[in-house]
Design a protein around this ligand. Structure first.
Ligand code: RUQ
Ligand code: CUA
Ligand code: CA
Length: 609
């Protein structure tokens, strides 16, 4: 080969490579710009959806805007959070509820939104605490937890679901089996119960015993059945014992029949709750055999089928919700965990082992058509839950799907041996799924539910309505209520506390009743008192009552921790603690500050409740 032809060949190769690069790069860029545009929400504009992600061992709920994937808020539920003034002070009823029901931390897994007519109504969100068998309710007008209850007679409150279509009950599953009669001396097999909780009173109305354990929950769209996966039908007491059978079960509970039997007194009351035994209540419990250690259970938006994901079997089991008969068992991939829907007849199943989302057509699978698999997309990595917008309701939007991945591995800058959790947003509006964005969160979202911003945003309150215990502007006071007790009724507004100083004596107990009298959203004031273990945040309208010991003699500046105005730094005041033996008369602060009256000492009702 002469030099000229060698050169020509080299040029041709270089040209081809350059051409391929341009094309490759171009299409990559197109995919990137498509994704970027899909998730771009310009500054000042709002997201289309709220996504509520359970916070796992953070004990909270994360609120993320979709499609921008921006974290808007964390709602503390089972852990006190000074930054939000949540459950940090005695007198906050939720702090006492947390202490009474198991402790100041939790493990949240499954958010469940209240429904009316099968669609979300924006009133409440329920969230479980697996470790302490608790259920909490979050008011969506305030984005605050308002009730926390213990579920008796079960351990490991795992799957929860609202009973469609009108939130008649919240179903709570007990994952960890217990001796049936509660006696550790009993050699009988361990069992568990499904609890039915009344949404308004948060009372546990009745429970139904299931032989085995109970994992994830959903309900039929007509309120007839609750469905729970049972992965330990073997009633094994160790891992080997739990994976003996080829088939475990979906436990279907006839809710109206169970409620009727419970009302007729056919349950055995334990810890105040009637437990229905299946043997004594025929028809209440049906066990549908499904392969093997199933995990997720999800009812299709039209209510026709319930789909159990096989976990240790590469299949999903499709069950007719009326006949409770299995109608299909399509193979979908390795490690199927959960399934969600787009409202166009497709199911999307998370594959933990394959690190994929698989899209499959339900009717095709039921008819036995070979081409029921529509698409697959890789996720990063080891996906647990997945949820499409409205996927758990009767009206999925069919636009976005969130993959909640268990491991992020190399997705983010290393931040120590412990990496953040990785969520990925996928476009499901077309035939093929398209990866849009990923975002990290603190540990550890398990599941998510979405609600349209157009529905929820108008319901969100601007300020807390002042409760009975609120201190009104002009009605502040410092009252000696006993030989060693002082109550300070204080207000705060940009940029001052009233009173801005007062005196007490060493040995006194000081009760602060604090009201943020701002009437504008977002005008939060803090109240931190050095050396007194006290740091509170008060949203507009909120009243909080907290008791501290006066402490050592000295001058203590209480100050605002939320940057609220140009005079934020000046927003502070003094608690002056006189020595025990001081003979200095403590002046009447009112005369000094020209304040007119006092409010009567009514008991606190806590944070803006
Ligand atoms: S579980 S990864 Cu707590 Cu929801 Cu399925
Ligand atoms: Cu109030 Cu800063
Ligand atoms: Ca099993």
């Amino acid at each position: 080969m002469n030099r000229k032809s060698t050169l020509l060949i080299l040029l041709a190769i270089a040209g081809t490579v350059a051409f391929m690069r341009t094309v490759g790069c171009g299409s990559a860029r197109t995919a990137r710009s498509f994704a970027a545009e899909k998730v771009y929400v310009p500054p000042g504009e709002h997201d289309k959806y709220y996504a509520f992600l359970s916070g796992g061992q953070s004990g909270s709920v994360f609120v993320v805007g979709i499609p921008s994937c921006r974290l808007i808020r964390e709602i503390p539920v089972f852990e006190p959070r000074a930054a939000y003034g949540y459950a940090v002070h005695e007198g906050d009823p939720r702090r006492q509820q947390l202490i009474d029901t198991g402790g100041l931390w939790g493990d949240t897994h499954h958010p469940a939104l209240s429904e009316t007519n099968g669609v979300y109504d924006g009133r409440y969100l329920w969230i479980n605490d697996l470790s302490n068998a608790r259920l909490a309710r979050v008011r969506l007008d305030y984005f605050e937890a308002d009730r926390i209850v213990k579920i008796p007679n079960l351990q490991g409150a795992h799957g929860i679901a609202v009973v469609s279509p009108d939130t008649k009950y919240i179903v709570v599953n007990g994952e960890f089996e217990q001796p049936t009669d509660g006696m550790v001396t009993n050699p009988a097999p361990y069992t568990s119960v499904v609890a039915f909780v009344e949404p308004d009173t948060m009372e546990v109305k009745f429970e139904v015993r299931v032989p085995g354990n109970i994992d994830i929950a959903d309900t039929s769209k007509d309120g007839r059945y609750s469905f729970s996966t049972v992965y330990n039908l073997e009633q094994g007491k160790d891992m080997g014992g739990m994976i003996q059978f080829d088939r475990d079960a979906v436990a279907a509970i006839d809710i109206p029949l169970a409620a009727k039997n419970a009302a007729e007194g056919r349950g055995h009351v334990r810890n105040g709750v009637p437990i229905l035994e299946p043997a004594e209540n025929p028809g209440v419990l049906t066990l549908i055999p499904v392969p093997k250690n199933p995990h997720g259970v999800n009812v299709t938006p039209d209510g026709k089928y319930v789909i159990a994901s096989g976990k240790l079997s590469p299949t999903c089991t499709v069950i007719d919700t009326h006949t409770l008969k299995i109608v299909a068992e399509p193979e979908v991939g390795l490690g199927p965990l959960h399934t969600t829907f787009d409202g166009r007849g497709n199911a999307y199943t998370s594959l933990f082992l394959d690190s994929q989302v698989v899209k499959w057509n339900i009717e095709k699978a039921v008819k036995g058509a070979p081409d029921y698999i529509v698409d697959r997309i890789n996720v990063h990595y080891n996906i647990g839950h997945l949820q499409a917008v409205g996927g758990a309701s009767m009206k999925p939007a069919g636009d976005y799907l969130l993959a909640l991945n268990k491991l992020s591995k190399d997705q983010y800058l290393p931040v120590g041996p412990d990496m953040p959790e990785d969520q990925e947003l996928i476009d499901i509006s077309g035939e093929k799924m398209k990866m849009l964005a990923s975002f990290p969160t603190p540990p550890e979202p398990h599941d998510a539910e979405f609600i349209a911003a157009s529905l929820l945003a108008p319901k969100v309150k601007q300020v807390f309505e002042p409760g009975r215990d609120a201190v009104a502007a002009g009605r502040e006071s410092v009252v000696r209520t006993g030989p060693h007790a002082v109550t300070v009724n204080m207000t705060m507004i940009r940029s001052a506390y009233t009173p801005d100083h007062f005196e007490v004596k060493e040995g006194d107990t000081v009760t602060f009743r604090l009201t943020n009298v701002e009437t504008m959203r977002d005008m939060i004031h803090g109240f931190a008192l050095p050396d007194h273990d006290l740091n509170l945040a008060l949203p507009p309208g909120a009243t909080k009552t907290v008791v501290v010991a006066a402490g050592k003699p000295g001058v203590y500046w209480y100050y605002c921790t939320n940057f609220c105005s140009a005079l934020h730094l000046e927003m502070r005041g003094r608690m002056i603690v006189q020595p025990k033996d001081s003979t200095v008369a403590i002046p009447d602060w009112k005369a000094a500050q020209n304040v007119q009256g006092t409010v009567p000492g009514v008991p606190s009702t806590g944070a803006g409740q």
